[in-house]
Design a protein around this ligand. Structure first.
Ligand code: ATP
Length: 361
């Protein structure tokens, strides 16, 4: 019998419904059958706005240290953003992406089988640069005597090569899963590069050129990935009219951010959409939704985004079979449609949805 693999997972619930859905991630990992050869241990770690209010640090050093020294992967819930400018506070997930070199944000968006509008795509968003380097300044124009604000948009060859490469790897992996008999709306793997190089010829021009060069290796290896490109504004239009045309989309940070929230609308609820923050050494699964203060404490948050994020984390930890089990159990719950949370038109509580999915696992 193959040796059991031990995986230690950091649990960072954060704020709001993060505290209600992250326990679901733990429960499903604990419920995976022993025959899969995985054994999990967990460590609870603080971060978020409440942690900031309690300790003065939104992301305590100890949390980062524990993740680096002890953990193989992590699950992150959500954080509340302060409604007024709060000196000293900055987003812990943005900091974690930097500190753990999580250069890719991977967001699969998938409709249930037989949906009237089938969607099965992954957005691969660059996570470290572009306008998010946050190098901004405001000055007074000496001619008009009015203020002008400027921001740096940085695109590097290295980060672009890395993000296009992981997009190519994901496209090939998705095709291998289809080749193993998992039904799909796509006939072959495709990566669509998104940019605005007709206007931003240097920054987005570099993104386009380097992505194309990196992806050429995936076009010429098996399974051969088709490469195309789309200007970001027409991408938004087409994504909403013909989402079934897209398999893997690779984008610089800002376009990726906007496209991924928009794509979540295609499948009905933010409560369904997972993500993973991926680096060469570490992965954090993170539901796409926020802390949802409007439903906090009511026990009705949809846990599926977190369960799918847990599966996605497992995929990047090389535990594909365990991930597939979770996806299948979640799909069975959605297709049956008997125990759905209120965001999907049902009446079930978070726990009832989780219990149903655990039964189907
Ligand atoms: P934040 O400031 O933390 O981003 P927000 O309310 O602005 O919070 P979200 O938390 O993403 O943004 O929520 C947007 C809407 O989607 C809210 O009405 C929320 O209740 C709903 N929502 C988000 N996640 C879920 C979920 N898991 N289950 C059910 N409804 C959800």
């Amino acid at each position: 019998m193959a040796a059991t693999r031990a995986l230690r997972i950091g649990l960072i619930p954060g704020d709001g419904i993060g505290r209600e859905v992250i326990p679901a991630g733990r429960r499903i990992l604990e419920a995976l059958p022993a025959s899969l050869g995985l054994k999990f241990s967990f460590v609870d770690l603080p971060a978020g706005f409440q942690t900031f209010k309690d300790t003065g640090a939104a992301l305590p050093d100890k949390t980062v240290e524990t993740l680096k020294k002890e953990c193989d992967g992590a699950l992150f819930g959500a954080v509340s953003s302060p409604t007024v400018k709060t000196p000293g506070y900055s987003s812990p997930i943005v900091a974690l992406r930097k500190k753990l070199a999580l250069y890719a944000n991977v967001r699969p968006v998938k409709s249930i089988a037989n949906a009237t509008r089938p969607v099965d795509l992954v957005i691969v968003r660059e996570n470290t640069e572009d306008l998010y380097v946050k190098e901004e300044k405001t000055y007074t124009d000496p001619v008009t005597n009015k203020r002008v604000a400027e921001a740096i948009k940085r695109i590097s060859e290295t980060a672009t090569h890395n993000i296009a490469t992981i997009a190519g790897e994901i496209a090939q992996k998705r095709q291998k899963i289809r080749d193993n008999g998992v039904p799909s709306i796509h006939s072959g793997p495709r990566v669509t590069i998104t940019h605005k190089s007709n206007v931003l010829s240097q920054t987005d021009g570099l993104f386009r050129e380097v992505s194309r060069a990196a992806l050429a290796a995936f076009a010429s290896s098996k399974p051969s990935v088709a490469i195309d490109e789309q200007i970001v504004d027409s991408m938004v239009y087409k994504l909403f009219r013909q989402p079934e045309d897209y398999d893997v989309i690779v984008a610089p940070n800002l376009y990726g951010d906007i496209l991924s929230d928009g794509a979540a609308a295609l499948v009905g609820s933010l409560g369904l959409v997972p993500s993973a923050n991926v680096g060469k050494e570490f992965v954090i699964g993170e539901p796409c939704h926020g802390s949802a203060p409007d439903i906090e404490g009511k026990g009705i948050a949809n846990p599926i985004a977190t369960l799918r994020s847990t599966a996605l984390m497992l995929e990047f930890l090389g535990a594909d079979e365990a991930a597939a089990r979770i996806y299948k159990a979640v799909d069975a719950n959605l297709e049956e449609g008997k125990l759905l949370s209120p965001d999907l038109g049902g009446k079930a509580s978070t726990d009832e949805v989780v219990n149903d999915i655990l039964k189907k696992l």
